[in-house]
Design a protein around this ligand. Structure first.
Ligand code: 13P
Length: 251
């Protein structure tokens, strides 16, 4: 049985003060949540404050990016070890916004994934097709290339420590959600790729989140599809009530 995982990707939102007030709003309902792994991914600047604020609860903290090297002359970058030091347990990698605006390739995402795992961080590896790719019937081709490229060379144990997030780019921040069946089809396809690169046990154990305009009103339907194991939530994770209701949709 896979335990659902719901993560809030706050993107470039929330000052430290705003972040702390959001965490306070979430804690009453989510601090003791054991049925779902709840992860908050604030910007780097608020990581420490959020990690301190959730100490002693069941809520976990994740970052939104990292560099693959341990240290060195990489101005503006942050390493896996630096994130671990702040009690981060997850890191989102290869988000479509990073692929699109910061030119991250599957090869870069793969290097970051390996570095995260080596530092005992759980990578949340994002994949997803553009609208024109879906419309021209290329969804599976694109997803297969991204999954194989981003996860290349990982051992079974490393794959088991990894979370995959399927985020169709056309559904991110657009209010256009993939239908539960559209998302389920791609999730099942991703599980098939995991089986091909590893084995049945890995394919059945790795958690695959859906992301893209998940709201309190559509979360339950999506999360109850057989291969959807929770969500990666953008806009609706910035406000306590909607995020709490989304998490509850995964029960
Ligand atoms: P929205 O939930 O705002 O569509 O964003 C999804 C996302 O990109 C999460 O990583």
């Amino acid at each position: 049985m896979r335990k659902p995982i719901v993560a809030g990707n706050w993107k470039m939102n929330k000052t430290v003060a705003d972040a702390l007030s959001l965490v306070e709003g979430l804690k009453r309902d989510l601090a003791e949540c054991k049925k779902v792994d709840v992860v908050l991914c604030p910007p780097f600047t608020a990581l420490k404050a959020v990690a301190d604020a959730v100490t002693g609860t069941h809520i976990d903290v994740g970052a939104q990016n990292m560099h693959w090297e341990k240290s060195g002359a990489f101005t503006g970058e942050v390493s896996a070890e630096m994130l671990r030091e702040l009690y981060c347990h997850y890191v989102i990698l290869g988000h479509s916004e990073r692929r699109q605006y910061f030119h991250e390739t599957d090869e870069i995402v793969n290097k970051k994934t390996k570095a995260a795992l080596a530092a005992n961080l759980h990578p949340i590896v994002c994949v997803g097709e553009l609208l024109e790719q879906r419309e021209s019937g290329k969804t599976e081709e694109v997803i297969e290339k991204q999954v194989r490229g981003s996860l290349a060379g990982l051992s079974s144990k490393e794959l088991l420590d990894t979370v995959v997030a399927y985020e169709p780019v056309w559904a991110i921040g657009t209010g256009k959600t993939a239908s539960p069946q559209q998302a389920q089809d791609v999730h099942a396809f991703i599980r098939g790729i995991l089986k091909a690169i590893s084995d049945e046990h890995v394919a059945q154990s790795v958690r695959i989140q859906y992301g893209g305009s998940v709201k309190a009103s559509n979360a339950k339907e999506l999360f109850h599809m057989p291969d959807i194991d929770g969500g990666l939530i953008g806009g609706a994770s910035l406000e306590p009530r909607s995020f709490i209701e989304i998490v509850q949709g995964a029960f």
